[in-house]
Design a protein around this ligand. Structure first.
Ligand code: AMP
Ligand code: ZN
Length: 140
């Protein structure tokens, strides 16, 4: 069920204060805390308080609140750790690397020479393929 807190969901329990976390932000809809296995110092997770697995399952108001919290938190995270830049990452589904099945947005501080990397293996597409795909996605 999207929305209702799931007793066996670790991020529902963190949002409810039932599991300890390093909280950095909280409002009616959103909770943010430090990742326990950071990719970089300051690695932060921003989650909706209501349970949903994937980003597209959020209602519009919750999605907007989540995005706004990320927008405001990112520069604060960077300032706190003395970073330069950041990645925003949201994995949806197992094949996309989602391990915790409760929507979460990663804020990952970056700096020149941090060695984390970010380039995926880009493919190729013909103009015809792109036009056909764009039309299919645009179709209501
Ligand atoms: P993902 O692979 O996108 O599902 O990312 C899940 C993230 O949650 C990982 O970066 C974990 O380190 C992090 N994580 C899992 N459990 C906890 C926890 N109890 N407190 C803080 N971060 C956690
Ligand atoms: Zn949950």
């Amino acid at each position: 069920v999207a929305g209702a807190a799931q007793p066996d969901c670790v991020f529902c329990r963190i949002a409810a204060g039932q599991i300890p976390s390093s909280r950095v932000y909280e409002d009616d809809r959103v909770f943010a805390f430090l990742d326990i296995s950071p990719l970089a110092r300051g690695h932060t997770l921003v989650i909706p308080k209501s349970h949903a697995v994937r980003f597209d399952e959020l209602d519009a108001d919750t999605a907007a609140a989540l995005a706004e919290a990320v927008r405001q938190l990112a520069p604060r995270v960077i300032t706190a750790v003395g970073g330069d830049d950041y990645n925003i990452l949201n994995n949806n589904g197992a094949s996309a690397g989602q391990v915790v099945r409760h929507v979460h947005v990663h804020i990952i501080p970056r700096r020149e020479g941090d060695g984390l990397g970010y380039r995926w293996n880009a493919g190729k597409a013909t103009p015809e393929e792109l036009a056909d795909l764009a039309a299919r996605i645009a179709k209501p």
